[in-house]
Every structure is written in C-alpha cells, then in structure tokens.
Design a binder for this molecule. Sequence first.
Ligand code: SF4
Length: 218
Amino acid sequence: MPSWHKILNSIMNSATSTKSIAIPLMEDFYTIQGEGFYQGHAAYFIRLGGCDVGCVWCDVKESWDASLHPLVSIEEMTRRAKSSGSPIAVITGGEPAMYDLLPLTSELHAEGLKTNIETSGVYPLTGNWDWICFSPKKFKAPHESIYESANELKVIIFNKSDFEWAEEHASKVNGSCELFLQPEWSKEKEMLPLIIDYVKNNPKWKVSLQIHKYMNIP
Ligand code: SF4
C-alpha cells in the first residue's frame, strides 16, 4: 500500500466530523451507467483518484496518481450527487476501495441514494453497499473477501485466454453473483464475436457492452 494512501487515511481518520472527511476526487458527473447489471440506469458517478493496479489497457490512467486530484469533502460529494436527482451514486476510480468508504456511503444513504461500487477487489472493502461490481484485473490479485460480497462479476476480455481466467473467478464468487463478460474497448471488434459465442455456449454469463461510448456520454 503506497505511503500517500496511509497519509490520506490518517487525515481522514483525524477529521473532526464525518462530513469534513475529504477524499481525492478526479471527477463526478451525472450520466447513464453504461456497463454491467445497471446498464442503462441513470447514475451519478463519483470517480476517486488513486490506483495502484496498473492495467496496461486502463482508459483512466490519469486517475492513478491521487496527489493530482483535489481533496473534496464527502459532504460536498454527497450534496452534488443528491442535487443531480440521481437515485444511485456509483463510486468508481481509480481503485475506490483504497479508502475507508464507510463515511461516504453513510452520507449517501442518509440522503436516500443507493450506493454502488466498481472495484478491482484488491483491497478489503469498507462501507455499506447496495451493489458491488467486482471487476478483477490480471495485474494485481483480488483480496479473498470480495468473492463472498460481490453482486456482480464483470470480466474484461482482452484476449482469448481471458475466458479461462474469467471462469476461475466465477468458480469462487457466491451463488447469486451476476456474471458478465465485456470486451476491452480497443479489442471490441475482435473479441465481441468470441464473447457472443461463449455466452451462447455458457449461458450463465451475459454480455456487457460499454454503451455510454456508443451514446458519446461520459
Ligand atoms: S483498476 Fe481500473 S483504474 Fe486501476 S489501472 Fe485497472 S482499469 Fe485503471
């Protein structure tokens, strides 16, 4: 765990009130969830800064360095999410589970928002979640605790060997976990036909597409 992460969490722990706790925020915006189980739903995205997973195909590399992003109080994040009118807040990153997310999820719940998270699962998860999307990455092994709590397993297919890797994770998640295969965006033309065939032959899986990219929205 990088030292800046320990420093930030110690700042968070010493905050005088829960609402004054601040976390690096890269961006937040009201949009349509483009992927996975909640695809097509209106959702307010809160993208936290900081990630040490290091995916080579990551499309938000600018999120990696937490120090580049301003510390924003969870009160302010919650106020913006609430005022958007969205029923759902999606906490993403970066890798949002690097932080203690209990205060943020408590604030969002207090304002009546559902709390969804998108995580690679590499850190033990904190917070109270209405939906946990676990998207494992080959570049850093997940923490074992994520398999029991995940509501959704979303595996990014970058090459043919990823199907076997997806099955390894599917064999470890809980029985009610939804299973999705999603082509990596730059390989979509190549991988989508394979995913379609795979899902037809293995119907416990569903196809996930990044439909926000087709709609030209964030
Ligand atoms: S876990 Fe997500 S944010 Fe981090 S490197 Fe991988 S794709 Fe990028």
